[in-house]
Design a protein around this ligand. Structure first.
Ligand code: SF4
Length: 485
């Protein structure tokens, strides 16, 4: 029996998908890339923008056309707003929040269909082969389960999320991994729907996180990313848990003990909780990657208030001062929204000025679009598209100049690169350095994918660098890296 899974949205969904695959495979399904062949079809939805939601609808309409010809089972999970959940219940066989993933085998049983591995014990149930060989049954459209009687004001419950974290993920890479450290968000930025899809902030037990990271280090993973909506508010929701700086410290110590060469990153911290001790931990341990992604969203205090960001420019400035003082070699990434409701040219200029001040290496710049479920969805989206495009262009040009200036300083330098893939057009290897600057490696040797190599930078551009291999072999131990760079 085959399953096909579509994952939309952010790294959190990608991380969750590794646990979803694991649970489905434990039920006896095998993955297929071809949805036409699958018996179980699932999608992890993202409610952050309308586009992914449109994709969910286009998939389920297609899958229900398949269902009209042969029996298939369909499910949706991930970030789903209460309103969408009601609509999805009419279209999918299973709709469940990620926190209830571990109940999926039970839900299937309640639905009257045995999963492939539970056939022996299912007298009263339809055997799965029989089910898929039968003519399509309309009852397959009946709703099975929802988490709660949700209204627009009800936040999803996170009480079962601990079970999800205990599930062994089916990592999709053997050198890069995401490790969830918390779920949900307490910040309620006015443009964002995440608190309404993922619920309030819940921290994963630190012992479990450290254990997963150590295991990844021992099995040779090179890039490990701690994931959460606000990683640096980790532990604030618990009475007896360490805080984020101490979590980094614990991971840093384990990395030292193992003499591990991997880079451990975190995404994303929130400027309000960016305390000095967090930056001190990053500075102290070699294992902790020297790249910091700190979302600013706007350089105008007035806009930040309207966004309900709970930080102002001075608070952000203070965090950057800690970074520049304690980890001056760290690269700085950010997120920006241009054309937020009511943003004036003057307020946009403040964002332009903040780029001159903070010298970001990379910024993910989005034109504002109202997100269903978020508070700002009710406000007039009054900045014309042309103005948003113009602001996006001007800010991107500024970013490119700043980034180019930084990259020019790297010319001729030797550095360690994690090789991630090959460029589709040229066949050259591609990866990034510790600061996550995208790097082309002048080599077409695919055996180096997933390895650290040493390069000498020979060319730079706005957002990337290129370099020649200093040696044709991987440099995977801390000792070799330090001896060679
Ligand atoms: S901090 Fe703001 S933008 Fe980030 S997930 Fe929470 S509400 Fe959304």
């Amino acid at each position: 029996m085959l399953y096909h899974l579509i994952v939309l949205g952010c790294q959190m969904n990608i991380s969750d998908s590794e646990r979803v695959r694991s649970v489905i495979e434990q039920m006896g399904f095998t993955h297929t890339d071809k949805e036409e062949d699958a018996h179980l079809l699932g999608v992890l939805s993202c409610s952050v923008r309308q586009k992914p939601i449109d994709k969910v609808y286009s998939r389920i309409y297609k899958w229900n056309r398949i269902k009209a010809k042969r029996n298939v089972l369909t499910f949706v999970s991930g970030c789903v707003l209460p309103d969408d959940r009601e609509k999805f219940l009419k279209l999918f066989d299973f709709v469940f929040p990620m926190s209830e993933l571990n109940d999926f085998p039970k839900m299937m049983k309640e639905y009257g269909v045995a999963s492939p591995l539970s056939l022996q014990t299912t007298d009263a149930e339809i055997k799965i082969e029989d089910y898929f060989n039968q003519k399509p049954v309309q009852s397959a459209f009946k709703p099975v389960k929802i988490a709660a009687k949700n209204s627009k004001t009800t936040l999803p419950s996170n009480k079962d999320i601990f079970q999800l974290w205990k599930t062994q993920p089916n990592y999709q890479s053997d050198f890069e991994a995401f490790v969830p450290i918390q779920n949900g968000c307490d910040k309620f930025c006015s443009y964002c729907a995440v608190p309404y899809t993922r619920g309030r902030e819940v921290s994963r037990p630190s012992a479990e996180i450290v254990e997963e990271v150590v295991q990844l280090m021992k099995t040779g993973f090179k890039s490990i990313t701690l994931l959460g909506q606000n990683v640096n508010s980790y532990g604030l929701d618990c009475e007896n848990e360490i805080l984020f700086a101490q979590l980094l410290e614990a991971i840093g110590k384990e990395g030292e003990k193992l003499n591990d060469p991997s880079w451990v990153y975190c995404t994303s911290p929130h400027p309000r909780d960016m305390r000095r001790d967090v930056v001190e931990s990053i500075a102290k341990y070699k294992t902790l990657g020297k790249q910091i992604h700190l979302p600013l969203q706007s350089g105008s205090d007035q806009v930040l208030v309207k966004m309900n960001r709970k930080h102002n420019l001075d608070r952000y400035r203070e965090s950057i001062q800690y970074i520049k003082e304690l980890v001056p070699q760290a690269t700085l990434f950010t997120d920006i929204i241009v054309g937020f409701t009511g943003e004036t040219e003057e307020q946009f200029q403040s964002t332009m000025n903040s780029f001159d001040e903070f010298k970001f290496n990379m910024a993910y710049i989005a034109m504002y679009s109202p997100r269903p479920g978020a508070q700002s969805f009710r406000w007039e989206d009054d900045i014309p598209k042309e103005t948003k495009k113009d602001r996006l262009k001007r800010l991107s040009e500024k970013l490119e100049n700043i980034s180019l200036h930084y990259n020019q300083e790297l010319m001729g330098k030797e550095m360690t690169i994690l090789v991630r893939t090959t460029e589709r057009k040229t066949g050259y290897l591609s990866g990034h350095n510790e600061g996550k600057i995208v790097t082309r490696i002048i080599s077409k040797d695919p055996s180096l994918i997933g390895q650290f190599v040493k390069i000498k930078v020979t060319e730079v551009s706005g957002f990337s660098i290129s370099g020649e291999l200093v040696e044709n072999t991987a440099v995977n131990s801390r000792k070799t890296i330090e001896a060679k760079v």
